[in-house]
Design a protein around this ligand. Structure first.
Ligand code: SF4
Ligand code: SF4
Ligand code: SF4
Length: 287
């Protein structure tokens, strides 16, 4: 098993959102049926949710082009932190690190306390309206454990998204930043040291904040403490602790794929191997 990472080069991203759509397709995540409100931006939807785990963000910056405007695209999804705040604060032990480099989530253990959502410096975990349990990108653990690339990566037409060992992705990112520095002086690699090292390595031509990434991400401890101090939360915590203990003693360890089968049984009537084979054919690209 390798320590893997997703590579995202914002200087090659065209904002086509193919990755965003393929994330929904592979993970069987529904889209809202109602017309979204027009916000004056191509960015849609405006926030991640229990059914939107990856979102391409559109930020305008002063560019070097003739019209003086540039796009600083961003990839808003789980960063798969080495020092994962979500895993540290979850009282039910629902989050876990995998041998492939991802931070995955056993939704069957989630008790809906939302501590993970508060602690995550990237505001990633969101709640599924159907069952009130946390959801987020899981690096397509079902695919990577079978030697395939994450679904979003296979879709990218410009190869802005790639997948490989973290070491290789870091090397690639550093080389790309060196290449574009002459025209993008703020260009930087993001993910080498943040949260003790992320498993999403990014090339950000306009600097972190222009692409919507915090420069010095930290676990949101203050907000976390506030929640724990709320009187009603104490009762909740006692209940959560009981569930966590019961889960630890008698609980079966579900993968997120297994948990999703419980949440959406009608969509998961097929064995995983068949789904994987169909995906390769539908993609028309190498896994
Ligand atoms: S980005 Fe947030 S949800 Fe993802 S591993 Fe890091 S702390 Fe957890
Ligand atoms: S790795 Fe999988 S779950 Fe994560 S954003 Fe890409 S397609 Fe979605
Ligand atoms: S598929 Fe590639 S080019 Fe299109 S939005 Fe995603 S990362 Fe950008």
């Amino acid at each position: 098993m390798a320590d893997n990472a997703i590579y995202y080069d914002a200087s090659k991203c065209t904002g086509c959102k193919g990755c965003q759509i393929n994330c929904k397709q592979w993970n069987r995540l529904p889209s809202p049926l109602e017309q979204p409100e027009w916000t004056g931006s191509y960015e849609s939807p405006k926030e991640n949710s229990g059914n939107t785990w990856l979102r391409i963000t559109f930020n305008e910056v002063a560019g070097n082009d003739d019209d003086g405007i540039g796009w600083a695209f961003g990839r808003n999804a789980c960063q798969h932190c080495t020092d994962a705040a979500c895993a540290k604060v979850c009282p039910a032990g629902a989050y876990y690190h995998t041998a492939e480099g991802s931070v995955a989530l056993d939704t069957s253990k989630c008790v809906g306390c939302q501590f993970c959502a508060t602690a995550c410096p990237y505001h990633i975990p969101h709640f599924n309206d159907n069952d009130g349990r946390s959801r987020k990108c899981w690096m397509c653990q079902d695919r990577i454990a079978n030697g395939l690339k994450p679904a979003c990566v296979t879709t990218c037409p410009t190869l802005a998204l790639q997948f490989g060992t973290r070491e290789e992705m870091l090397e690639k990112a550093k080389a790309r930043v060196a290449e574009i520095k002459p025209i993008r002086p703020d260009a930087m690699v993001y993910g080498e040291n943040e949260m003790d090292g992320l498993h999403v390595i990014q090339v950000l031509p306009y600097g972190a904040e222009a692409h919507g990434m915090p420069l010095n991400p930290k676990e949101n401890i203050l907000e976390q403490a506030e929640r724990w101090l709320q009187p009603l939360t104490v009762l909740g915590v006692l209940g959560i602790s009981a569930v966590a203990v019961a889960s630890f003693i008698g609980g079966r360890h579900f993968s997120q794929a297994e948990a999703l089968k419980h949440a959406y049984p009608e969509d998961y009537g097929r064995p995983d191997e068949v789904v994987v084979e169909e995906m390769v054919i539908e993609d028309g690209r190498d896994a």
